[in-house]
Write a protein of this length. Sequence first.
Length: 176
Amino acid sequence: MLTTSSTSSAEVDPMTMRRTMGRFATGVAVVTTRAAGVPHGMTVNSLTSVSLDPPLLLVCLTTGARSTDAVVEAGRFAVNILSARQEQLALRFARRGEDHFAGLEVTEGRHRVPVIPDAFAHLECDVERHLIAGDHVVVFGHVRSVCERDGEPLAFHGGRFADLADRANEPVHWFF
Ligand SMILES: Cc1cc2nc3c(=O)[nH]c(=O)nc-3n(C[C@H](O)[C@H](O)[C@H](O)COP(=O)(O)O)c2cc1C
């Protein structure tokens, strides 16, 4: 039998939520777009694969970020998945209020969004839909093109960057 427990948001404060969710290890990506001719980008770890057919993903973007409005306005974006060597890029795109693209080489993707050329992978998307959930906007992307490179991913866990290089030679397991 399913049991449910009810917890009001007043009982779980934002820092507790962030710390506890930090136990869920993720990769790290930079969402990029261009709105009114201006490039925007922000570091995210809320990236989730949603559907294989059609190919859909989602990212949760804070309502306070410049990039959030830019993604919705542009109607398209790229997800640049970072490699283990790209921690500095993750930090660059997480600093609020800075020109994230100053001195950075970016290329034009196939779908008119800026992409980070040496990212571990990138997926270019049209915004399929978006919805406001609490203090974030959940943006669903319909993936239009992908590009992958060899290497190791950058990981994030417990508020720290990590890499998975020591497991690179282990066999691949498919769980679904
Ligand atoms: C590892 C990491 C993961 C992050 N993940 C997210 C995320 O999934 N969603 C989000 O809104 N902000 C996330 N942030 C914070 C944004 O990167 C940060 O607020 C960014 O500067 C906002 O961009 P802006 O300059 O367009 O406001 C993350 C930061 C780090 C370091």
